[in-house]
Design a protein around this ligand. Sequence first.
Ligand SMILES: NC(=O)c1ccc[n+]([C@@H]2O[C@H](COP(=O)([O-])OP(=O)(O)OC[C@H]3O[C@@H](n4cnc5c(N)ncnc54)[C@H](O)[C@@H]3O)[C@@H](O)[C@H]2O)c1
Length: 363
Amino acid sequence: MTWRMDVTSTGRPSVILGGSGSLDALEERAAGAVDAGSRLYVLTDLNVRAAWGDQVLALLAPAELRDAVLVLPPGETTKSVASAAACWEWLAVRGARRDDIVVALGGGVIGDLAGFVASTHLRGMGLWQLPTSLLAQVDSSVGGKTAVNLGAGKNLVGSFYQPDLVVPDPRFLATLADNEYINGLGEVAKYALLDDGGLLDLLESGMAPIHAREPAFMERVIERCISYKATVVEQDERDNGVRATLNLGHTTAHALEVSLGYGTIGHGTAVALGLLVALAVSEAVVGLPTPVRKRTESLLEALGLPTRAVLPPAEELLGAASRDKKVRAGSSGFVCLRDLGRPVWNVDVPRDVFSQALEVIRL
Ligand SMILES: NC(=O)c1ccc[n+]([C@@H]2O[C@H](COP(=O)([O-])OP(=O)(O)OC[C@H]3O[C@@H](n4cnc5c(N)ncnc54)[C@H](O)[C@@H]3O)[C@@H](O)[C@H]2O)c1
C-alpha cells in the first residue's frame, strides 16, 4: 500500500511517496513537471542503471530524457568534488535552468552527490530523490543533508537542501547486494531504538519477510524509520539539537571504520557494534535498563548483524572517537538512550566508561 508524508522544515517542503508501487506515481509527477516547463536530469550509477534504469526512465519518459541521463561509476569515490564538477559541466552544456529538476536515482552516494549538485548549480535547482538502497530509503534520502568527500575526510563539503520529492519504493531492494542490504539494516536497528512507536516489535515479528525483502512488509519498516527522521528534521533541520539523536551508535561506528580502515568493516556492521557500545555507555551514565541491550543483541543477531568483533586497543578507538567531526568542541557529543524511544544527546562520557563499554563487543 502506498503512503504519503509531508515534511515541512525551514527549507523547502518535501513530499515523500512511499510504499510498494509508489514508483508508479512518477509517471504523473514527470508529466506535471513537463507541463510546468521543467526538464528532468537524471544522475545514477552503473549498477542502478543496469538494474532499474529502463523501468524508471520509461516512467519519466514524458519528460523527454533524451541525452539527460548521466551514469557515474558506483562507489564512495564518486562522491567527490571532481564528480560534482563533472555534473555541473554536464548540466551547463545541456542548458539546464533553475526550474529544471535533478533526479537522483541510486543509493546514498548518488543521493548525496546529486543533492549537492542540485543545491549549488545555478544556486539551486529542483531535486527528486529516488533512493534505491535500504540505507538511502530509511535514512539518507530524507532530511536534506547533501555532501561530497574531500581527501581530508568524508562529507566535509555540502549543504542543507530539502528534496521536493522522495520516492522510497521497497521494490528497488530486490536487486540490492546482500552486504548492502545488511548495511541498511544497521540503520533500521538504530531507528528501532530511537522510535517509541513499535518499530522494534515490528522487526522482531517480521524476520522472515525482512530477510525475504518482502515489499509489503518493508514498506512499513521504511515508513517508521522515515517518520522518526522527518519529525526530528522538522524540529532541527540544521543539526543544532535533537537531530544529533540520529548519530546513536555512530561515534563508535566511525571510530571503528577509521581504525580498521573504511571498506574493511561494513557500515552496517560498524553501526550495529556502535549501538551496543552506546547502550552499554547508557547503562553506566543515564541508567538505561540492562534488558534493552540484551534485546538489541538478539535483534541484531536475528537481522544477521554482528554483536562482537576483534577490536584495536581501546586507546586507539578513543582517539578516533574524539576526532569524530560530529563531536563538537568542548563536549563529548555522545548520544545515549534513557530507555527505548528516549534518546539524550551531548552526553559527557568519561574515558573509562567508554573503554569498559567497548569490552561488550570485543571478541
Ligand atoms: N545525507 C544523509 O543524511 C546521509 C545519511 C547516511 C548516509 N549517507 C551517505 O550515504 C552513502 C552510503 O549510501 P549507500 O549505502 O546507499 O551506498 P551506495 O550509494 O554506494 O550504494 C551501495 C551499492 O549498492 C548499489 N545499489 C544501490 N541500489 C541498488 C539496487 N536497488 N540494486 C542494485 N544495486 C544497487 C550501488 O550501485 C552501490 O554499489 C555514504 O556516502 C554516506 O555518507 C548520507
